[in-house]
Design a protein around this ligand. Structure first.
Ligand SMILES: [Zn+2]
Length: 439
């Protein structure tokens, strides 16, 4: 892409995000000048360091797709790099989804395997990343540039001696999921080399807005063309996930009766207090702060109210679909009980299903899971099979007909300023992906 177009997109992104890109302009300029050199033979680390410098924080309040223009900047960068490495059909569509494929080589009958990563980063902390490289971690406390310390995490001792990439302490790193993007891009480059192993068709996609739950919404499954796929969006090296929550949301609305407190006796129904009563009827041990593993929960996300009206916003989660249905029934029952106590129409309970446990679908394709397990073990990595206490794009794609478990990226502490990723883990993941797509 030429300088002028690059700068226009960057300025648009700056306006869209409502903040100045004062130093960002220089970064893009440097990226552009170095691009030809970098693309010639780019290691996964070099790619990662370039991608995280493009700010792609998604924005829930924006209905557009993608929700922020920075994602299109990265998308265009990726599509261009893909074409330059020889992926002829690489393209970004108007919604910011990037697609491309590598034709089968010596294994035309092998299944077409998809690899997917997302380009946006969480808005939990700022996204203008200045990554810092620690050439050889000494095993002690990591002091970030702004003084913030990384210490006390169980995984740290095992990383001693490794090259780590951390943040300056002022932003998210964006290994979630630009590590996945960099690993897939590096694999593509490898599979286009003359001595690449035989493989079936490899389909690649980079999606926008995963962090705000919209990554699968406009995904073109038919155009993607894979028989099954993997998202590369997990944490520690070896993570393999194909179970997620079943999810629903619930809004509880309370209508009270307000009367001057001086003459309220036997007349007032205080909506805020009825809402508190509702909250008190749910089992306190089934809250996120008291649950782990396969235990589901009721989570109060927000509340508002006065004497006349009150509202509670919940999310309900459970890996077991029957148990989620029980939780939904519990919400309805609590509302009915309060209506008997305070009168019909006092409490209304609105339930909405969000996503379902992908195990229902992926479980029907054990060979997809076995393939991933073998890819890890063949590369000397012990697979860590665990349920996700959340959802993924893969869950939605699975229910739309594309079985899609989730693989590790190698990173830690996602969505925070203490996010980090060891370079050897990213390099190992490129090897795992190569084994995965090999016929
Ligand atoms: Zn992610």
């Amino acid at each position: 892409m030429g300088f002028v177009l690059w700068n226009i997109i960057q300025q648009k992104a700056a306006r869209h995000n409502g903040r100045s890109f004062g130093t960002g302009g220089r970064i893009y300029q440097v990226i552009n000048e170095r691009k030809q050199v970098c693309i010639a033979m780019s290691s996964v680390k070099e790619r990662f360091l370039r991608y995280v410098q493009v700010e792609t924080t998604s924005c829930e309040a924006n209905e557009n797709c993608p929700s922020t223009l920075g994602q299109k900047v990265l998308g265009e960068m990726l599509a261009t790099e893909m074409r330059e490495m020889g992926i002829a059909d690489a393209r970004m569509d108007e919604d910011g989804y990037v697609y491309g494929s590598i034709p089968a080589k010596g294994a035309e009958c092998a299944p077409a395997i998809g690899l997917i990563a997302h380009m946006d980063t969480s808005d939990a902390v700022p996204g203008a990343t200045s990554p810092q490289v620690i050439p050889a971690y000494d095993g002690g406390v990591i002091r970030l540039k702004n003084g913030l310390e990384i210490a006390g995490f169980d995984f740290l001792p095992a990383l001693k001696g490794q090259e780590l990439i951390v943040t300056s302490g002022d932003s998210v790193l964006g290994a979630d999921d630009k590590a996945g993007v960099a690993e897939i891009m590096t694999l593509c480059e490898r599979m286009l080399e003359p001595d690449a192993p035989d493989h079936g068709r490899i389909c690649v996609a980079f999606t926008p807005d995963e962090e705000i739950g919209r990554g699968a919404d406009r995904f073109d499954i038919r155009g993607f063309g894979a028989d099954f796929a993997y998202t590369v969006d997990g944490g520690a090296l070896g993570e393999l996930e194909f179970e997620c929550f079943n999810a629903a949301s619930c809004v509880v609305r309370v209508r009270g009766i307000n009367i001057h407190p001086g003459s309220a006796k036997d007349q007032m129904i205080n909506a805020s207090l009825v809402a508190m009563e509702f909250a008190g009827m749910l089992p306190p041990w089934e809250r996120p702060e008291h649950t782990e593993g396969y235990e589901g929960f009721y989570h109060l996300r927000g509340m508002s109210g006065d004497e006349e009206t009150a509202e509670l916003q919940y999310i309900l989660r459970d890996h077991d679909r029957t148990k989620l249905e029980e939780k939904k029934a519990m919400m309805t029952a609590a509302g009915e009980m309060l209506n008997r106590r305070y009168g019909k129409g006092t409490v209304s309970v609105e339930l909405k299903d969000s996503y379902r446990n992908m195990k229902e679908i992926v479980g029907q394709y054990p060979e997809v899971i076995e393939r991933a397990k073998n890819a890890f073990t063949d590369n000397g990595v012990e697979p860590i099979v665990q349920p996700i206490r959340g959802g993924t794009d893969g869950a939605l794609l699975s229910f739309r007909g594309l079985p899609c478990p989730n693989l590790s990226t190698g990173g830690y502490n996602f969505h925070g300023r203490k996010e980090l990723i060891p370079v050897p883990a990213m390099e190992k993941m490129v090897g795992v992906l190569e084994t995965l797509v090999r016929s």
